[in-house]
Design a protein around this ligand. Sequence first.
Ligand SMILES: NC(=O)c1ccc[n+]([C@@H]2O[C@H](COP(=O)([O-])OP(=O)(O)OC[C@H]3O[C@@H](n4cnc5c(N)ncnc54)[C@H](OP(=O)(O)O)[C@@H]3O)[C@@H](O)[C@H]2O)c1
Length: 342
Amino acid sequence: MSSQVNRRIVLIARPHGNPKASDFQVVEGPIPVPGEGEVLVRNKLLSLDPFNRILMGNANSDQAPIELGNMMFGFTVGVIEHSNNTAFTVGDHVSGFLGTLGWQDYAVSDGSDIRIVDPQAVPLATYLGVLGVTGLTAWVGLSKVLNPKPGGTLVVTAAAGAVGSVAAQIGKLRGYRVVGIAGGPDKTRYLVESLGLDAAVDYKAENFAVKLAAATPEGIDTLYDNVGASLFPTLLPLINTGAQIVIGGVMSQITMTETSEGPDHLPDILRAIMYKNLTVRGFNVTEFYDLYPEFLAELTPAVAGGTVISTTHSIEGLENIPVIFPDMFTGRNPGKMVAKID
Ligand SMILES: NC(=O)c1ccc[n+]([C@@H]2O[C@H](COP(=O)([O-])OP(=O)(O)OC[C@H]3O[C@@H](n4cnc5c(N)ncnc54)[C@H](OP(=O)(O)O)[C@@H]3O)[C@@H](O)[C@H]2O)c1
């Protein structure tokens, strides 16, 4: 074992708006001891997700928050340090795919919330990003939630982010003309030059609406939206009759403490749904976990062959998570945000 203590990040305050380092505390305790049928996992990588902000409470969400004083939920990749379970051997690498292993150094598992992963096949962080729940979310949205017809224009919002960058690349695999929306010139350049998108538009730049219209001359046939209220009114006039819309996330609303802000666009949105004959659907990826093998069968060869690339924004040290995590809400991270903790 690399240490004699188990550090855990617990929630000590509920943020209003963006999270702050002072909302968290790092506490130390003994390393847990696995019982019969259990294993001890030493976490190596922790996933940092917008869902962590939702679980902190005061988010624009129906999700029940974590109790103050409790450990933060989090997807993980780690290694088995001790095994009382015949399905796992010391040294096996595992992903904590239900998030129950959490933001801590060590966790005990009965095996139901971990699955073995191959550290030789792809970098370990890939199991939190493209080949983890992040990638599954993108794939589900474009494969199972709606039944969009490939060939038209797909627009992806927060396209340089963890889910968005995978959704955009899956869109290219499926034959769409893909246009990404992201904040800042570095991200739009990355979308076109690294991910091979057909166009990318910076929503923070002047004349965003005009530039988006120029980038979608045939309108929008499919929208994979990760952002919600802040961009939707600008997208709406460009959406074609019969378009399909996946609401995969509402990033711009997660830090809202009121139920609505700004002008009321609801009449415009409902009119468009009615007269443009739109299909709009949200989803929760947890309802699609049983499709993980089908998702892996399609995405693993694409990742191994380099047609879908994995971008990781890696930080070092569990103790730095409280300081770095808030960056997710100012858009500093391209791709998947991961903390390396050993
Ligand atoms: N449906 C599900 O089951 C499910 C599962 C996983 C994730 N999600 C959702 O999917 C979305 C993306 O998650 P992710 O893990 O891929 O996060 P992410 O995109 O890697 O990180 C968030 C990004 O969103 C953008 N953003 C932040 N605040 C914004 C704002 N006010 N307006 C516009 N863009 C903003 C930023 O990029 P820019 O620099 O481009 O602004 C930031 O980098 C989130 O809303 C998350 O809750 C849903």
